[in-house]
Write a protein that binds this ligand. Structure first.
Ligand SMILES: [Zn+2]
Length: 449
């Protein structure tokens, strides 16, 4: 629905790391823009408002996901741009960047145009496409990176698989300099990971499953950091999972290499033990690792070694995941549980709310740049993209109720504490929890205590 009157989001805890703001106050939206922030009740301009009572809730910039899989074109049974963007809105995301491993892959202007036009007509949040590094994702020759950049690709990636050829990676970096767009790197030495199902270690051995060693990730992280150092290109490490990778990225940053890195909610909150019981919904690539790795990833987030959190939302059909563990595809449907699972880190005092929100808002906004206006901020005048969540509300994950077509989550039936209440995109309410009711011309929040 379009919010015609100014919308007053009243009395929430406004956290906007882009401006260093963390205080109780009011946020006013008029049309599709932020009109006022922190304005005291007494100095509100006279107007007929729609009102959301946000007492006890967090009000922050809309989340940005730099890494998700929307499966369209080609795999519409797993997800579409429409269903994926609605799942994103339900997860508090107002901007999502989709990976090009579709069929056909996003390796030319026509496919990028298709994603953009479908998103414009059927999506409910901003969808930004990522173009392939190599033609057809085959790893043989470079895609037309200039054409992709002009068409609107915000980065390049062959995600889902690595660039095996160091030489091709070097060329891709050289070309990427011309567009100052980052390469998003799926780091996996397939010679080491081939046939692997889960993290290599004692649990894999006990389960009789083939392991994927940390070195499969770290060797390519190291290779591509060396190349980024040589070329001076922007490198973004996707789904970082190991302590060793965090160390490599830390040292690279100290050396001034232009590297950024992401970590997923599942790699921050779940360990390889989830594979016990052969739950194919816990089968993900890179695999869930160990407690020690999680500790290092959290320290990395706090110290700025890891720049952002990205979901790597990877929906599959129920049938895909019904097969035995060894044959099931990798991937977790993550958009709708991201905030709830990440909030466990806040409740356990591992991360502050301000850091968590920064990694979901101004962190990824910085990587996308300013081509789409100011993203990830509640600055007055910016596009009104706002997420409202209850940090303490407990809810049970019911995958069958997901908006995403992908019901593949290892969290099904688990209780999470922290829930999205409303998502506003360009001034429009694109998701609201049932607890947020609209009465007459006013929005009132009925909270359950
Ligand atoms: Zn990947």
């Amino acid at each position: 629905m379009m919010i015609a009157k100014p919308l007053l989001i009243q009395g929430g805890r406004i956290i906007d790391p882009s401006q260093g703001i963390d205080r109780i106050g009011n946020l006013i939206i008029s049309g599709d823009k932020i009109l006022g922030l922190g304005t005291a009740q007494s100095s509100l301009p006279d107007s007929d408002y729609d009102i959301i009572n946000a007492e006890g809730l967090i009000v922050c910039p809309g989340f940005i996901d730099l890494h998700c899989h929307l499966r369209q074109p080609g795999f519409e049974e797993k997800e579409t741009i429409s269903s994926g963007s609605r799942a994103a809105a339900r997860g508090g995301f107002t901007t999502i960047c989709c990976m090009p491993n579709t069929n056909p892959p996003l390796d030319d202007q026509a496919t990028i145009d298709f994603v953009k036009s479908t998103a414009a007509s059927e999506g409910v949040v901003r969808v930004l496409p990522i173009g392939c590094i190599s033609k057809g994702r085959k790893g043989k020759e470079l895609a037309e990176m200039g054409e992709l950049a002009r068409a609107g690709a915000i980065a390049f990636s062959d995600d889902g698989q690595p660039l095996r050829s160091s030489r091709l990676m070097r060329q891709a970096m050289e070309y990427s300099l011309a567009f100052s767009l980052p390469l998003i790197d799926h780091c996996e030495d397939t010679a080491l990971s081939e046939g692997g199902q889960m993290n290599e270690g004692i649990i894999a051995t006990k389960l009789g499953l083939c392991g994927i060693p940390a070195a499969a990730e770290e060797s390519i992280v190291a290779r591509d950091l060396a190349l980024a150092h040589l070329i001076g290109a922007r490198l973004h490490i996707a789904h970082t999972t190991t302590q060793g990778s965090v160390e490599l990225i830390r040292r690279a940053k100290e050396k001034g290499i232009k590297v950024t890195a992401e970590v997923t909610p599942h790699h921050l909150t779940l360990t390889e033990e989830r594979a016990i019981g052969y739950d194919t919904n816990a089968k993900v690539n890179p695999p869930l690792r160990t407690k020690r790795d999680i500790k290092a990833l959290i320290v990395g987030l706090k110290e700025g070694v890891i720049d952002i959190i990205a979901t790597d939302h990877a929906p599959h059909t129920g049938n895909d995941k019904l097969s035995e563990f060894a044959l099931a595809p990798f991937g977790i449907s993550g958009l709708e549980t991201a905030l709830g699972s990440l909030m466990s880190l806040v409740h356990d005092e591992e991360l502050t709310l301000a850091i968590l929100i920064a990694k979901l808002t101004c962190g990824p906004a910085k990587l996308i740049g300013t081509g789409y206006g100011k993203l990830g901020t509640l600055e007055v005048g910016a596009s009104a993209e706002v997420t409202i969540f209850d940090p303490d509300l407990e809810w049970m994950v019911d995958a069958s109720d997901f908006t995403s077509k992908g019901k593949n989550t290892p969290l099904n039936g688990k209780k999470l504490k922290g829930k999205i209440i409303a998502t506003i995109y360009q001034g429009k309410l694109v998701y609201k929890d049932d607890r947020l009711t609209i009465q007459s011309s006013k929005l009132w929040l009925k909270r359950q205590h």
